[in-house]
Design a protein around this ligand. Structure first.
Ligand code: ATP
Ligand code: MG
Length: 439
């Protein structure tokens, strides 16, 4: 059967996705550039890993009772029957790359520090600050179990936010301890929640059997009262876990970074241990609600779990959309940069000449636009004004006959005729003068 060709069918972007249009993208660019500059100072190098990996990698690293794995995964079987998933977060892929490329080898620095920026995919209910395709900027540092590195990573996160003008931050930290701590705390949670099992939400009843720590992260209001009175992990820390956490806190004190210890905080991913942290902010951009913009922690068992040596790691992920909401709120979009030159062509041969001239001027480093709609002269000049052109070149019969361009400075109305070959040199002169005049 022939498919009926429909003309004019309207398509809409998939639910939970967003188009980032040029004006906004400019601000994204700026935020990313500032982040890169902060990363450079901390000796982080960029890593670019695939947007999809085997489903198993995420299931294994995030934990098969995490929300991400049980509810939010964009997974699919590819045409070869492999079970794949779009990445829900950055760490798993980076750890996979760290192991696969043996970046723990003696020829590489330790800690080995990388950052990434890019889209992540989670099947969630879209709402303000929550999308299905969203972006993260994140860092990972491998190969050191020093609590000083935890503190440095938190400082990096704070610096990053400050560098893009986001202040008024609230830092919450907690520790999930070492495996021994976790085991003791696990038992304490089972003992505490089991007599109240019937009062828990359906999800949390399952969590109780599989991973009781997850109950603390439940967003179901039904679980809140019980969670509020749950035992605190801080009472179950081994001396080693206690010591690690103490150094983190002392280091933050020394750095002058304010924090609160929130013993009920757990992270949405199973791979964390020892230090975990979240940076939150309340802003009119979030309807005056407090939202987490940056979250991370230490994951000492993950590299081994993904098939590598037993090497520790620590990192964070920052929600770029949430960050952009804050940045945009603090600073309204700037006006588009002025156009250096608009070339108005008054005939067809002049148009062809304009194309050549435009190329030469762009090569010299200036921004150029010209007419592509056969507009009348008057309308071309109007366009030049709308684009905020600093100079307008007119190519008419007279100019073509003399192989010269009329250049008009829009600010002063001053006009000169310059041979084609000298146009770029003349521009350099004009712009030099504008700079000297401080314009
Ligand atoms: P939440 O508890 O809000 O669901 P999470 O624990 O799932 O957060 P992480 O996996 O730690 O979040 O991701 C780090 C950051 O990425 C979050 O603090 C947030 O800023 C951002 N983020 C997470 N999910 C989304 C999403 N669906 N849309 C936009 N940003 C998101
Ligand atoms: Mg989530």
């Amino acid at each position: 059967m022939l498919l009926e060709r429909k003309i004019g069918v309207k398509y809409q972007k998939p639910k939970g996705t967003a188009d980032i249009l040029p004006q906004e993208a400019q601000l994204w660019d700026e935020v990313e550039a500032k982040s890169r500059e902060v990363f450079r100072r901390y000796r982080y190098g960029e890593i670019r890993v695939p947007l999809f990996e085997s489903y198993d990698l995420y299931a294994r690293s995030s934990g098969d009772t995490s929300d991400i794995v049980t509810k939010e995964m964009y997974d699919f079987n590819d045409k070869g029957g492999r079970h794949m998933a779009l990445r829900p977060e950055g760490t798993a892929g980076v750890v996979r790359a760290y192991v696969e490329n043996k970046l723990y080898g003696p020829e590489f620095p330790k800690p080995y520090r990388v950052y990434y920026m890019g889209p992540m995919f989670r099947y969630e209910r879209p709402q303000s600050g929550r999308q299905r395709e969203f972006h993260q900027i994140g860092v990972e540092a491998f190969g050191s179990d020093s609590p000083l590195l935890d503190a440095e990573t938190i400082q990096l996160g704070v610096d990053l936010l400050h560098s893009v003008g986001v202040h008024d931050l609230r830092l919450a930290i907690n520790t999930l301890g070492d495996p021994e701590t976790r085991q003791a705390y696990h038992q304490a949670l089972v003992d505490y929640f089991t007599p109240h099992k019937a009062e828990l939400s359906e999800d949390s009843q399952i969590r109780l059997a599989k991973n009781p720590l997850r109950i603390l992260d439940s967003k179901d209001p039904q679980d809140k009262p019980l969670v509020a009175d749950a035992p605190s992990i801080l009472d179950y820390l081994t001396p080693a876990a206690q010591a690690h956490f103490s150094v983190v806190k002392e280091s933050l004190d020394k750095l002058g970074i304010a924090y609160v210890v929130d013993p009920t905080m757990v992270r949405g991913l199973d791979y964390y241990n020892h230090t975990i942290f979240e940076i939150m902010t309340t802003s009119p951009a979030f309807g005056n609600k407090e939202l987490t913009v940056l979250a991370g922690g230490r994951y000492d068992g993950l590299v081994e779990q993904v098939g590598g040596p037993a090497l520790p790691g620590v990192g964070f992920g920052l929600g770029t959309e949430r960050l952009m909401l804050l940045v945009q709120h603090n600073r309204p979009a700037e006006e588009a940069a002025p156009l250096n030159v608009y070339i108005a062509s008054l005939s067809e041969p002049a148009g062809a000449e304009a194309l050549v001239l435009a190329h030469a001027i762009r090569e010299a480093g200036y921004t150029v636009d010209m007419d592509f709609l056969n507009r009348k002269a008057k309308s071309q000049f109007k366009t030049a004004n709308r684009e905020n052109a600093q100079l307008v070149i007119t190519l008419g019969e007279d100019e073509l006959a003399h192989s010269a361009a009329s250049i008009k400075q829009m600010a002063t109305g001053q006009q000169i005729q310059v041979p084609f070959a000298e146009v770029t040199t003349e521009f350099h002169k004009i712009y030099q003068q504008l700079v000297e005049e401080g314009k």
